[in-house]
Design a protein around this ligand. Structure first.
Ligand SMILES: NC(=O)C1=CN([C@@H]2O[C@H](COP(=O)(O)OP(=O)(O)OC[C@H]3O[C@@H](n4cnc5c(N)ncnc54)[C@H](OP(=O)(O)O)[C@@H]3O)[C@@H](O)[C@H]2O)C=CC1
Ligand SMILES: O=C(O)C1=N[C@H](C(=O)O)C[C@H](O)C1
Length: 265
């Protein structure tokens, strides 16, 4: 299986290059970075801390994608949308981990998925995907006197907030309550906010250090608080999920899939 990694010098990109090298039956066929990156022209294996693998990082993502059966993309929203369009044109399957896409960008991913199979998930760790199911179930069992708050913390380099996972957890809670997240969310609070309305799903964002990813969903009532929590200690868990998704996509029909499909949850 030939894989292209776009964003190959990024935190997730390097992790993926290492994981691909260690996966039987899988090889790195292409690697790209943003055109002004100082990784352009360097060997993708070396950039990832391995022996040279013979694949140079290019600023031409279309060429990297064309060399592969599947492209894995953990980059930034505008780049992911451009890469999805290229993958659709070239008939290349795609795994997307990028978060922070706006509704218009999301619609373009849906459009690309009419042409090729795409697996897109805000979090590819097994534990988080189990947490999503637990949150939906818990929210369905508790009435709105239990206030739902989603707390997340990530490393200081993260550029989107709330995290894609926090929003997915909020969406799972909303599904459990049979409401639309966009109708009840409070993505941040500041100043004289007034008392908390019942039924709201709140988000709180912390950023600092090198925290890989912490998510907690709280169900807070007058006399008790239930917390469901997950912490990632290594990006390995995300990369393992992405590789599993790439393997699962082989031979799939065009469509937009999630980790639930990959994991059979
Ligand atoms: N779904 C999941 O399980 C996970 C999702 N993520 C998400 O993945 C994304 C990336 O995270 P992370 O690896 O930490 O971020 P990084 O900033 O470390 O990596 C992103 C890389 O993409 C590169 N890039 C930007 N534009 C392009 C382009 N046009 N073509 C090719 N490469 C490009 C960046 O280059 P440059 O810096 O030069 O612009 C950078 O090297 C985020 O949205 C994050 O939220 C992260 C972890 C897990
Ligand atoms: O940027 C990150 O690091 C992560 N981003 C994803 C998100 O926004 O939820 C997944 C994970 O939490 C790490």
């Amino acid at each position: 299986m030939k894989i292209a990694v776009v964003g190959a010098a990024g935190r997730m990109g390097q992790m993926l290059v290492r994981r691909i090298a260690a996966t039987e039956g899988m090889s790195l066929a292409g690697a790209s970075e943003s055109p002004n990156s100082n990784a352009i022209g360097r060997d993708a294996g070396e950039v990832a801390g391995l022996e040279p693998c013979g694949v140079k990082i290019t600023g031409d993502s279309a060429a990297a994608i064309a060399a592969a059966n599947t492209v894995i993309d953990f980059t930034v929203p505008a780049a992911t949308v451009a890469h999805a369009r290229i993958a659709a044109e070239k008939g290349v399957a795609m795994v997307i981990g990028t978060t922070g896409l706006d509704p218009a960008q999301t619609a373009l991913i849906h459009e690309a998925a009419t042409k090729v199979p795409i697996m897109w998930a805000a979090n590819m760790a097994l534990g988080v995907n189990i947490l999503l199911a637990l949150v939906e179930k818990t929210a369905s069992m508790l009435d709105p006197s239990y206030d739902i708050e989603v707390l997340e913390m990530h490393h200081r380099h993260k550029i989107d907030a709330p995290s894609g996972t926090a929003l997915a957890l909020g969406r799972a809670a909303a599904a459990g309550r049979q409401v639309k997240l966009e109708d009840v969310w409070r993505k941040s609070r500041d100043g004289h906010t007034g008392a908390r309305p019942s039924g709201e799903i709140g988000f709180a964002t912390l950023r600092g250090g090198e925290e890989v990813g912490v998510h907690t969903v709280m169900f807070a009532a007058a006399g008790e608080r239930l917390e469901l929590s997950h912490r990632s200690f290594s990006r390995e868990t995300y990369a393992a999920g992405a590789i599993r998704a790439a393997q699962w996509l082989a031979g799939k029909r065009p469509g937009l899939y999630g980790m639930k499909d990959v994991l059979g949850l």
